[in-house]
Design a protein around this ligand. Sequence first.
Ligand code: COA
Length: 208
Amino acid sequence: MNVIGSMQIYAEGQSIASLASMDTDTDAPAAIRAAPSIATARLRLRPMWPADADRVAEILSHPDVGRMIRRIPVPYPSDEARGWLDTHAAERASGRAYRFGVGLGDRLIGCADIGGIEDRAGELGYWFDPACWGRGYAFEAADAVVRFAFAELGLQRVTATHAHDNPRSGRLLLKLGFRETGRRAAWSNSRRQPIEQVRYVLTDGPSG
Ligand SMILES: CC(C)(COP(=O)(O)OP(=O)(O)OC[C@H]1O[C@@H](n2cnc3c(N)ncnc32)[C@H](O)[C@@H]1OP(=O)(O)O)[C@@H](O)C(=O)NCCC(=O)NCCS
């Protein structure tokens, strides 16, 4: 187990005790990177599996969520979700992306991920069940993923974007310490029309 601030990072399927008993610094990070989980004050961030497909489809099909995610069709079918979840293990193995399901108790309430990893840079993404908005869960999860990206993955630059009409996402990114870098037009699959995207970057680790 690794500890960053108040969060604990450990490998899925391995007990914290067994990881803590590893006596080299080289074993634990490799195991952690294989299928990491992160415990925050209120949430558990863990790998997502095919069994999560229906719940992922349910959350992403909500119009207030789906329209803010540029690359997906809305409604988002369970089959598409299953296909997406099937790619996660290979993405982790290659170091390209780490996607966390966010659990509140036993319930999956959202996702926070770092993708497009290349040259010590990656892109932050997140989405949550609207029933759980406004309680700071997205901030808690995204903050943990950003800390994981800098401290565990060694990234030096994390980018993020949101649609121009998504102020909640903008507030979240500013609270995380991101700064705006500009705007550009981009195609939205979910809206089937172009949108203006606001772009952000974080280069010196999370705030606080
Ligand atoms: C973007 C999104 C994740 C933000 O969710 P959120 O719940 O508003 O974000 P947070 O977790 O940071 O919660 C912030 C709010 O919780 C409130 N809050 C309540 N309890 C809190 C606590 N314990 N800690 C922190 N904030 C708390 C804050 O005051 C804040 O309210 P405000 O936005 O009115 O100022 C969510 O709107 C979403 O899933 N949108 C659809 C998908 C999406 O847009 N993804 C990004 C695409 S680029």
